[in-house]
Ligand binder design. Structure first.
Ligand SMILES: Cc1cc2nc3c(=O)[nH]c(=O)nc-3n(C[C@H](O)[C@H](O)[C@H](O)COP(=O)(O)OP(=O)(O)OC[C@H]3O[C@@H](n4cnc5c(N)ncnc54)[C@H](O)[C@@H]3O)c2cc1C
Length: 322
């Protein structure tokens, strides 16, 4: 039985950790936030929740299909049946291509919470260094650290992973090939249903790229809550602006594109510095000699499915090494 540290409790880290634990290894997960989910997070408010990161996922790979079938049976996910359109200069147009979309229930973080249920996870523990020693890898955090790990998995974005694998220059160089575009998200509540003929839209606009009515998904509290995502270019140009100045700009763009007059009664914004990645299509990276690897959406295709598969693929590499 090997002692393995996994840094990051997003879907990649948790799918990796689950596979390793199921094979009998002693796995500890370290996560800087208060809960599991990463970019599949859910923000709770007094008036219902918002999934301010990923909004849905699709399924193409057979092994991911098998995992999703299990989550469907456990009521952790459900098919999405909302009306999705393409919003272009105020006109709602049908999508040219349609595929089944799924959402986690009751919030997007449900899948990661389910995956983390039987794992040993240290929350609110940001790993600041990963260093080799005589008794295996040592992980350090602000108030302390722990030695003696036989292997380390970094399931975090490349900008955060690169400094942590600096002791293995070849791996760090591969990590630096990856990257993410940022995304500003606004969470907006209206006091009455908006007069719109859609629940979600890909928006062709200078500011926003995507909007979704939160309660159009199964398991959500009723209410007119919308999540608006700025497009990557706009998000990059306004990355260092404050949340207070960004939220009204996204809301105005939504109102202009969708053509309604209602005023928002509650707004907040969240900056995702590392949001979306084109993905390196490499699956995962593993240094068999030093026993350290990296996984995540950016190693694969930049989506939830890719992140999950990146984690299970890296776990398979570790299992063949031990
Ligand atoms: C706005 C937005 C919209 C999206 N829309 C979609 C979509 O519609 N469909 C889709 O499939 N995908 C979508 N995605 C992408 C999807 O969310 C990601 O592909 C997937 O969630 C990535 O999972 P991950 O485990 O690789 O990384 P993450 O979810 O980022 O997990 C990494 C975890 O590591 C933690 N961490 C980082 N550094 C440290 C450290 N030093 N110590 C400890 N913990 C650390 C972080 O807190 C985080 O929890 C979207 C993402 C965003 C942001």
């Amino acid at each position: 039985m090997a002692r393995i540290a996994v840094v990051g409790a997003g879907i990649a880290g948790l799918s990796c950790a689950r596979s390793l634990r199921n094979a009998g290894h002693a796995v500890r997960v370290f996560e800087k936030s208060r809960g599991a989910g990463g970019r599949m997070s859910t923000r709770r408010t007094d008036h219902g929740s918002y999934d301010h990161g990923a909004q849905y996922f699709t399924v193409r790979d057979p092994s991911f299909r098998a995992a999703v079938d299990q989550w469907l049976a456990q009521d952790l996910v459900a098919p999405y049946a909302g009306r999705i359109v393409r919003l272009q200069q105020g006109e709602a147009l049908p999508l040219s291509h349609s595929e089944q979309r799924y959402v986690a229930t009751p919030g997007m973080n449900a899948v990661c919470r389910g995956l983390s249920a039987e794992l040993e996870v240290e929350f609110e523990c940001q790993i600041t260094a990963v260093t080799p020693g005589e008794s295996g890898w040592r992980l350090s955090w602000e108030e302390g650290g722990e030695s003696g790990f036989d292997a380390v998995v970094l399931a975090i974005p490349p900008a955060q992973a690169a400094p942590l694998c600096a002791a293995v220059p070849d791996l760090a160089a591969q990590v630096r090939q990856g990257g993410h575009a940022p995304c500003w998200a606004a969470m907006v509540r209206y006091d009455a249903p908006l007069p719109l003929e859609f629940d979600a839209a890909f928006v062709e606009d200078e500011v926003i790229g995507w909007v979704m009515r939160d309660a159009s998904r199964p398991g959500r509290a009723p209410g007119e809550r919308w999540v608006l995502h700025a497009n990557a270019e706009w998000s990059k140009a306004h990355l260092e602006n404050s949340a207070e100045t960004v939220a009204p700009l996204l809301i105005d763009a939504f109102r202009a594109e969708a053509g309604f007059d209602a005023e928002a009664v509650e707004t907040r914004a969240h900056r995702w510095r590392f949001a979306l990645s084109a993905g390196l299509k490499a699956g995962s990276f593993w240094d068999a000699g030093r026993r350290i690897g990296v996984c995540g959406d950016w190693c694969a295709d930049g989506r939830i499915e890719g992140a999950y598969l990146s984690g299970t693929e890296l776990a398979a590499k570790l299992l063949s090494a031990f």
